[in-house]
Design a protein around this ligand. Structure first.
Ligand code: PEP
Ligand code: MN
Length: 243
């Protein structure tokens, strides 16, 4: 289970999410400090200073950090403060970035491209792998289809296919996948049942006040419930011996 806000916003917000993670035995926290926004006028993140502050607070609590790297020049400066470099959907085929991440000895989580095929996601992973970095995680986060009723179309078909075609851990992001807060829990659990190795979702103390993606972000009560349902579902899936 990985949770946290879409964007890292303030010290108070970081402390609140870290405390939420600790209380619910969630060991990894997500959050963006470099945000790829559709509009250049939207909040674009606190940058490296935000990451340093986050790292200080999270490491004290024993919480690991998953955060997006947007360009090659950020890899080195972020290095001391991240546990997992996230490659965002919009950078899924940024081959320069993938090449450079291949030289790093830290985990890389690659999100599927907005219009990316399963094969293209695997090839993106191959870029990192061929550079010598085998610490890879694949993430299904929904693709763009003709459907407009949800933000994206969460392709759970991809999970068993990715699991069959590679040895890599595969996780599901139901928050970006459906984009509607009320439906995040069921898609998260569907992700578990589809064979995923983990779930990453957005949470915030007051989602309505989040700087980004509030509409798909769970509050802490919802997140606490979901985290325990996810664990129960993993246990149940093992019982089924489904995969
Ligand atoms: C995010 O995880 O907040 C994010 C920007 O995701 P994606 O790259 O999948 O849109
Ligand atoms: Mn987001």
């Amino acid at each position: 289970v990985i949770t946290g806000p879409c964007s890292i916003e303030t010290e108070e917000q970081i402390r609140a999410v870290v405390a939420h993670c600790v209380e619910n035995d969630i060991k990894m926290m997500r959050g963006g400090v470099f945000k790829p926004r559709s509009s250049p006028y939207a909040f674009r993140g606190l940058g490296l200073d935000g990451l340093k502050l986050w790292h200080e607070i999270a490491s004290e609590a024993g919480i690991k950090i998953v955060t997006e790297v947007m360009q090659t020049s950020q890899i080195e400066e972020m290095y001391p403060y991240v546990d997992v470099y996230q490659v965002g959907a919009r950078n899924s085929q940024n081959f320069n970035l993938l090449d450079e991440l291949g030289k790093v000895d830290k985990a890389v989580m690659i999100k599927r491209g907005i219009s990316g095929t399963i094969e293209e996601l695997l090839q993106s992973a191959e870029y990192v792998f061929s550079g010598g970095n085998e610490k890879l995680i694949l993430c299904e986060r929904g693709i763009r289809t003709y459907e407009r009723a949800s933000r994206n179309t969460l392709d759970l078909n991809a999970i068993p296919i990715l699991k069959a075609k590679s040895h890599l851990p595969v996780i599901v992001d139901p928050s970006h996948g459906i984009g509607i807060r009320a439906y995040v829990p069921q898609m998260a659990l569907a992700g578990v049942m589809s064979g995923a190795d983990g779930i990453i979702y957005e949470s915030h103390a007051v989602p309505e006040k989040a700087y980004s993606d509030g509409q798909q972000t769970l509050d802490f009560a919802q997140s606490a419930r979901l985290a325990s349902w996810i664990r129960e579902s993993f246990a149940m899936r093992k019982g089924f011996d489904l995969l």
